[in-house]
Structures are given as C-alpha cells and as structure tokens.
Design a protein around this ligand. Structure first.
Ligand SMILES: Cc1cc2nc3c(=O)[nH]c(=O)nc-3n(C[C@H](O)[C@H](O)[C@H](O)COP(=O)(O)O)c2cc1C
Length: 442
C-alpha cells in the first residue's frame, strides 16, 4: 500500500534540544558540484545542504581568485615529467587557508533555519593523509561549519584527529557507511573519544560518486542495509539518527524510509539539474538526456572504489599526463596514484604517433575539476521526467527550491513539473581549460 504521508510530516532533530530541520539532506558532490549556492539554498529552505571540500584550493582559485594551484605548480614544475611524485606535497598552511576561505565565505551567506555541512572524502589522501585531513577538519570547524560528514575511505581514527578542538562537541559529526559491519567497526575504534557520531548516512548501491560496494553492487539493496543498521543500533541501545542515501527519487521514497525508522534521507542526483548546481549547463543536459543503458559502474577511479557515471564521460579513455604538480589530491603517503601507473603502461604500449588513451584508470583530479567525469546516481535516467522539454529537445533547468519542495510535499510518488519558463539563450559549450595546469595537459 502506498503511503499518503509527505516528508513534511516528519522532522529531524539532533538530540533532545538540538535544532529541528526538514529531514532532507543534500549529499556532498565534489568537486564543487554541490557548491555554496546549492547548499545555501537547501539550508534556506530548512534542510541540510552539503558543500564539499574536494580539491578545495582549486575551488577557491576559481571562485575567489586565489592562486594556490598556480603557486603549487610553480614550486614543483621541475617534476612534471618525472613519474616519481613523492616530492610533491601540499603546503598545510595553504590547505588551511583555502578551507577557511571556502567555509567562511559560505557560512557568511547562510540564511534560514537549516544547516550547512561539509563532505570530507578521506580518500583524498593529498600525499600526507593524516596531516592534510586534520588540517581540513580543523579549518572547517574554525570557519564555523555546522557539521562534517566523513566519507569515502572513512578512517577509523578520524574523530581522534580533532578531539582537542574546541568545537569537537558542538559541531555535528557524521559518517557515511555502506554496511552494518563498517558502522560497528567505526563505533568500536572510535569509542575511545567518548563521542558518538551525531548521524550515520547509510549509502546504498544506487548512489552517485564512489560506491562502498564492489562490482557486485547490484546484489545489495538500501532498504535491507538500512534495516540491518537500525536493528544493530537498537540492539546496542544507541540512539543515532540514520540517514539512508542512494536512489531515493521521490518524496514518497523518502517517507518509506522515515516510516521504517530512519531520521532523514540524503539525496543528490535530482539536484544535479538545478540552476544552482555547479555543473556546467551543457553537462546538466547530458544528465537529462541519459537513458538507463547510458550509465555504467566502472573502476577507472584511482581510489580503488567503483564509481557510477555516464558512459559518455569525456574522462573515460583520456590519456592526459598526470597533473600531480598542480593537483595531486589522490597521491598516497608515498607519492603514489594508480593513474600514474596506468598512464606509464599506456605510454610504453602506444606506438609513436598514435593518440594516447588510458582506459583502466583516469586522472580523477583533472577531470573532476573540469567536470569531465559525469558521475550520477543510478536513477539519472529518470531526470527527464522531472521537467519540461523545449521545442529544440533541450530540457528546462529546475530551481533547487522546486526540487526541495517536491521532495518535501509530494505524495504517492508524484513529481511536480516546474512552471514553464522561456528557453534561455544558448551559452558557449563547456568551460575554459584550467588556467593553472599545463596547456597540453587538459
Ligand atoms: C554528481 C555526484 C557527485 C557526488 N560526489 C560525492 C562526493 O564527493 N562525496 C560523497 O561522499 N558522495 C558523493 N556523491 C554521493 C551523494 O552525496 C549521495 O549520497 C548519493 O548520490 C545519493 O543518491 P542519489 O544521487 O540517488 O540521490 C555524489 C553524487 C553525485 C550524483
């Protein structure tokens, strides 16, 4: 039987006296896809919006005209042709400054009853995993972020990195897991800090971005994992809000989880086609156009996690030179990234004069930065049913407010179409090449 309730019949509250918000969380979408404008709009409407701190120095360069990436490249330019990247390091002061700027500028504009959190992907190891993560977390807290969600590559000791920070108990801290096992492990390791997560996002196999599953993702389902997590918490007398994510496409989908005992839901894909979203408009049209067979889960991310994306993503097969001197966000503590190996193998096997392709991995830093990895949730192919079409076949962009309110008030799986708008003038396609990278690299 389909429920007639709407998401607006529920509220999320952290603790007995915490603020009450609409139980809709916009998931973090790096690099700058869930940008400041989108997260702020969700907070204004009373929900929780996530910005992301993925590649934050290059994000502030683009938004606030800093020159962090240019300076880093200047320092390490001598190493560009060297496949040993162990010398390439982030200046921690620069990371701190960039993160503070990103968060402060966002929080300064915040309005409404909702909250703004930051998504920190721990797989962005940045050549010094612990040191850089600690700085990112501290700087976000210093700059007044309402909460931090630790994701992709969750390190069991991350809370301990900030346990002496004055805001350790006041900011909301959450984690993303894809199994009850991962949650149990985190809680066990973290118990020493005497602080439980304020919420747990349970991300299922239909989500966008990196997946916490193998290529057998289709054998799992979010409802089952959510039920397992809820049962585990109840059995252990732990009262932590559970927030399922991945494939929650209608307000009624969300209500079904709240009726199971979830505290809120996290969504992302429906917001990728909003005006506020950081993707270029021509990429938003690719998301609208997508059909089910255009979506793939592959292993081209050097992080080692499978990732869901459109098969037409320009990053797939691209053979650009590794850009670690400018970026290097995926370098591990030894200066290693799986793309460098894949690139070197391709250089060895490509006959002189032929175009270089790298199929097994991609330079995720460069391509995420330039919006060439079209990562999306499984239901991206349903986006076309959420809007109107212009006579030339393109789709009308939505506002974040429209999508938010559709989740909040819709019943019986209905999706309200936006009021018709005249077609905006066509813009030039794509974005300019990254100014801070070497011209032949992009
Ligand atoms: C374009 C895109 C980028 C994403 N990037 C990230 C990310 O940087 N970090 C993260 O933890 N999750 C990321 N995700 C996952 C979302 O935050 C969210 O949990 C998930 O996509 C929800 O499922 P839905 O897209 O079906 O609503 C991304 C999702 C999308 C669609």
């Amino acid at each position: 039987m389909t429920t007639r309730r709407a998401l607006d019949d529920f509220r999320l509250r952290f603790g007995d006296h915490g603020p009450e918000v609409v139980p809709l969380m916009l998931g973090g979408m790096g690099v700058d896809i869930s940008n400041t404008d989108l997260a702020l709009e969700v907070a204004r409407l009373g929900g929780i919006g996530h910005i992301s701190d993925a590649m934050v120095p290059t994000v502030t360069d683009r938004r606030y005209e800093t020159e962090f990436t240019k300076e880093k490249l200047k320092k390490y330019k001598y190493n560009v042709k060297n496949s040993d990247k162990s010398a390439v390091k982030f200046d921690l002061g620069m990371v701190r400054e960039a993160q503070k700027l990103h968060v402060e500028k966002t929080m300064a504009r915040k309005t409404g009853a909702g909250m703004v959190f930051i998504n920190c992907m721990e797989k962005l190891t940045m050549g010094a995993p612990k040191e850089t993560l600690k700085v990112r977390l501290e700087a976000a807290l210093d700059a007044g972020i309402d909460g931090i969600t630790l994701s992709a590559g969750l390190h069991l000791g991350s809370f301990a990195l900030i346990e002496t920070h004055p805001r350790f108990h006041d900011a909301k801290l959450g984690i993303i897991v894809s199994s009850v096992r991962a949650l149990a492990l985190f809680l066990k390791k973290n118990s020493r800090t005497g602080r439980l997560p304020d919420y747990v996002v349970v991300e299922g196999p239909l989500a966008g971005g990196h997946l916490g599953f193998g290529l057998d993702w289709a054998q799992y389902d979010l409802k089952t994992i959510t039920a397992e997590v809820l049962r585990y918490l109840a059995e252990n007398h732990l009262s932590i809000p559970v927030i399922p994510a991945g494939g929650i496409f209608t307000g009624t989908d969300a209500v079904e989880y709240l009726e199971m005992g979830a505290a809120a839901v996290q969504v992302a894909t429906r917001f990728t086609v909003t005006k506020e979203c950081g993707l270029p408009d021509d990429v938003k049209q690719e998301y609208f156009k997508a059909n089910e067979e255009d979506v793939v889960v592959n292993t081209i991310s050097p992080t080692g996690y499978p990732m869901r994306m459109l098969k037409s993503s320009p990053a797939i097969g691209s053979g650009i030179r590794p850009n670690c001197e400018s970026y290097g966000y995926l370098l591990d503590a030894n200066g290693h990234c799986a793309y460098i190996d894949a690139y070197n193998r391709a250089v060895e096997t490509t006959p002189p004069g032929d175009k270089l392709h790298v199929w097994d991995k991609t330079c995720l830093c460069t391509h995420m930065r330039n919006f060439k990895v079209w990562t999306c949730g499984h239901y991206v192919y349903r986006l076309k049913d959420t809007t109107r079409r212009y006579p030339d076949g393109t789709y009308q962009l939505l506002t974040a407010e429209h999508v938010f309110k559709d989740y909040q008030y819709s019943t019986e799986h209905q999706i309200r179409l936006p009021d018709p708008e005249p077609q905006p003038p066509q813009k030039a396609k794509g974005r300019a090449a990254a100014p801070e990278t070497l011209a032949d690299d992009v």
